[in-house]
Design a protein around this ligand. Structure first.
Ligand code: NAD
Ligand code: MG
Length: 377
């Protein structure tokens, strides 16, 4: 029996994981659950799975913490480092996931990582925490799970190139002018995946694909000039790996996060499960591929360039994006303002240092402040 902590159990990935764990009760025990604010759902989950630890980050009069629950930001690290936890599924959204990723790796735990933002902002720091503590990072992101499955233990020297697939999001065919005027409702209409609001907007700007290129760089230790992106509107091919002999492997499946979540828990083994709908290649046809419209979706190139620049640039990219997406979702800025905010924050703060957790958090805070001030009238 492996003990699992789920950070962000009330979200899209968190609830997906609990569906998987419900079917896999003989292999895994839910030891800890945390959420930001949805105390009612967290309470239902806690009653059903009887974890040892429950944490609610924000408990106020609307969301009173139940007796015995932990509260405040620290509950993420507490859950991640609790005795009896073998695997931490980090399914928190945004930079708030960083400390739990670091703490779990320092303690030699496996981190099943959905929270790509923590790896993007603190890539070197996260990798050295894993080296020091003996922890292990296993991706939950479908593209990176696909790559891990294709690599299947082969050495990095045999990999020529990674090709991440991107659905293209809801605006794949929109003109540049239409994009400027895209509404919140338009941006939240993802064609192939049902996800949380922040990642859904990231998929519409393609900032998500930039985060994923940086994530792939740190997970698989592949240089940026050997990581490509191709648009694949059906989201059936989850990514490609090209090897040095020219062979290309891909991992396919009906879009569902249940498999990548389960695989991150059982890796390198596979276990019998029924989470993914049956695969019928005729029904899923045709599978098509297109180049990315890089000029119309500038967040992708900005993020990849931030990755290449290194230092605090990826953290600044991530924080500026998070701040701009929050403003967009509050109705305060236009869709086209998101990449403008990122570009401006990177120009101002992209050269900052990233050698410590404190340096990264400071760059993160400066980038957020920069975006706030940019749109203050
Ligand atoms: P979501 O918004 O549906 O859920 C987020 C969860 O994190 C919720 O449980 C929420 O309570 C918690 N949370 C939010 N802010 C928090 C904070 N400040 N402190 C602590 N907890 C907080 O998001 P999601 O779609 O499940 O995505 C979670 C992560 O997984 C993101 O990093 C996303 O990029 C990644 N991811 C998601 C999908 C998907 O299909 N949803 C696919 C690949 C990767
Ligand atoms: Mg993905």
């Amino acid at each position: 029996m492996k003990g699992i902590a789920i950070l962000g159990s009330t979200g899209s990935i968190g609830t997906t994981a609990l569906r998987v764990l419900e079917r896999q009760r003989d292999r895994f025990r839910v030891v800890a659950l945390t959420a930001f604010a949805n105390g009612a759902l967290l309470s239902e989950q806690a009653e059903h799975f009887s974890p040892d630890f429950v944490g609610l980050v924000r408990s106020d009069t609307r969301e009173p913490a139940r007796a015995g629950w932990a509260c405040g930001e620290r509950c993420l690290v507490e859950a991640a480092t609790l005795d009896g936890v073998d695997i931490v599924l980090n399914a928190v959204v945004g930079a708030a996931g960083l400390d739990a990723t670091l703490a779990a790796l320092e303690q030699g735990r496996r981190v099943a990582l959905a929270n790509k933002e923590s790896l993007v902002m603190g890539g070197d720091l996260v990798r050295s925490a894993a080296r020091r503590g003996g922890g292990e990072l296993v991706p939950v992101d479908s593209e990176h799970s696909a790559i891990l499955q294709c690599i299947a233990g082969r050495p990095r020297t045999e990999i020529r190139r990674l090709v991440l697939t991107a659905s293209g999001g809801p605006f794949r065919k929109w003109t540049n002018d239409q994009l400027e005027r895209a509404t919140i409702a338009d941006a939240l209409q993802h064609p192939t995946w049902q996800m949380g609001r922040k990642i859904t907007v990231d998929s519409a700007t393609l900032a998500n694909k930039a985060l994923e290129v940086i994530e792939a760089h740190f997970l698989f230790d592949i240089p940026y000039d050997r990581i490509d992106v191709v648009v694949h509107p059906q989201s059936v091919v989850h990514s490609f790996v090209e090897f040095i002999d020219g062979s290309v492997l891909a991992q396919l499946g009906v879009p569902s996060m249940e498999l990548p979540v389960l695989y991150a828990l059982t890796y390198p083994d596979r276990v019998s499960d029924t989470g993914v709908p049956p695969f019928d290649p005729v029904e899923l046809s045709p599978l098509t591929f297109e180049p990315v419209r890089r000029d119309d979706f500038p967040s992708l190139a900005l993020g990849v360039q931030a990755g290449r620049s290194g230092g605090a640039a990826p953290a600044v990219f991530n924080a500026a994006n998070e701040a701009a997406v929050a403003l967009f979702l509050d109705g305060d800025i236009h869709f086209g303002d998101i990449p403008r905010a990122i570009e401006s924050a990177l120009a101002r703060h992209g050269g900052l240092d990233s050698r410590s957790r404190e340096a990264i958090l400071s760059a993160d805070a400066l980038a957020r402040q920069h975006v706030q001030e940019l749109f203050r009238c």
